[in-house]
Design a protein around this ligand. Structure first.
Ligand code: SAM
Ligand code: SF4
Length: 369
């Protein structure tokens, strides 16, 4: 006989079958999962939300992921690279406004010019902020040497989504070639961990061909890999990408949103002290998507600090919100939204993953400043 949702929630750990049942929860059952996740969040990470000012550094990418609007093969996109001075302005804004950290995200490039430019930017941000701003990078797969150089220059967290932990699905959403190799991606995550980064990963939810069994496998993968941070959101179609052809197979957007919300809540229950982002893609499918994610376990928000003139160039998917909002408008709107969700903001704090600190066996308060 199948266990009920409540019985499963009372367990200390979940099997793949349990996770599939949780992910299949109907509206009423979902509330049980959400309530449990909210309790765990409050108990293990508290009700503080940490801001990471996001700069989308460049949409120039050497890869061709089938889902992404800025893939190399999309010739319609005007490519840009934010000027160093503009990145430093964003960093100053973050510092002045009490954001403890920044996230710098970019299309993937491994050439020397790019790598050196990022290294020097990291050093400048650290120098300008006197080490006060924490820096997360999300720049895809790089060599060990590059990851090491960036760590030494001041980055201490890295986000690299596995996109799917099932290699079969991975190769249905990426070309199968040396630039898109599942094992290489997995190894990049291992490298990041070994080098001492706080390591974050995640998946898109509601992809064509994806099953609940795949998502259950993703959750088990996060647990087994012992991640420090997670960034997950719904997959959203983009008309100039190869996956658009399969849009008829997608579940309706509201269903995709609630499935993503269940993933956030279940992960919070499974990994009590990690950092989980309330992502922009959540907000794209539901106007209050990020607040809803905060309520069921997320504790990180990434307000966009990319200069407005570049934002149209970083359209990973359709209907991306806030592409015309200046940083200050973004900040006011977010503050109100966070208070509505019943949380407070951890101004001026790095807000590193408690899980990372526990993993390192050291005191959370010390940081690496
Ligand atoms: N290039 C780096 C990488 O791929 O890791 C970092 C930037 S990439 C744009 C960041 C994330 O955007 C990807 O990991 C992917 O999950 C997400 N993304 C791309 N296209 C998307 C889409 N159509 N819907 C939702 N998320 C998408
Ligand atoms: Fe490039 Fe990242 Fe988009 Fe893939 S997901 S095409 S690596 S920006």
């Amino acid at each position: 006989m199948q266990s009920s949702i409540q019985e499963i929630l009372n367990q200390d750990s979940f099997s793949r079958e349990d996770l599939i049942i949780l992910l299949s929860a109907n509206k009423e059952e979902m509330e049980l999962i959400f309530r449990k996740a909210a309790e765990i969040k409050s108990q293990y990470v508290g009700n503080k939300v940490y801001f990471r000012g996001l700069v989308e550094l460049s949409n120039i990418c050497s890869k061709d992921c089938f889902y992404c609007g800025i893939r190399k093969g999309n010739k319609i996109v005007d490519r840009y690279f934010v000027e160093d001075a503009e990145v430093l302005e964003a960093a100053e804004y973050a510092l002045k406004n009490g954001y403890g950290s920044m996230v710098i995200q970019s299309g993937e490039r491994t050439d020397k010019v790019f790598v050196n430019r990022v290294t020097s930017l990291l050093k400048s941000i650290k120098e300008m902020s006197e080490g006060k701003l924490g820096i997360t990078l999300s720049m895809g797969e790089q060599t060990e040497e590059t990851y090491k150089a960036w760590y030494e220059a001041g980055a201490h967290r890295y986000l690299l989504r596995i996109e799917s932990s099932n290699p079969d699905l991975y190769y249905r959403i990426h070309p199968k070639n040396a630039r898109h190799d599942f094992e290489y991606r997995l190894n990049s995550l291992r490298l990041l961990k070994r080098l001492g980064y706080n390591v974050g990963t995640g998946v898109m939810i509601g992809l064509p061909f994806q099953t609940l069994d795949d998502l259950a496998g993703d959750l088990l993968f996060f647990k087994e890999f012992d991640i420090d941070m997670a960034g997950m959101g719904p997959y959203i179609e983009h008309k100039d990408t190869p996956l658009y052809e399969f849009r008829d197979q997608l579940m309706p957007k509201s269903e995709r949103f609630y499935l993503a919300l269940k993933m956030v809540a279940i992960l919070r229950i499974m990994m009590k002290d990690i950092n989980i982002a309330a992502t922009t893609a959540m907000q794209t499918l539901d106007k209050q998507g990020r607040e809803k994610a905060l309520k069921v376990g997320a504790n990180i928000i990434m307000p966009n600090l990319t200069p407005v003139k570049y934002r149209e160039g970083y359209l990973l998917y359709e209907d991306k919100p806030c592409i015309n909002e200046e940083a200050s408008e973004c900040k006011n709107c977010l503050e109100a939204r966070i208070h509505i969700a019943g949380d407070e903001i951890g101004y001026g704090e790095w807000g590193d993953s408690r899980h990372f600190a526990a993993r390192q066996g050291r005191d959370i308060g010390k940081g690496r400043q």
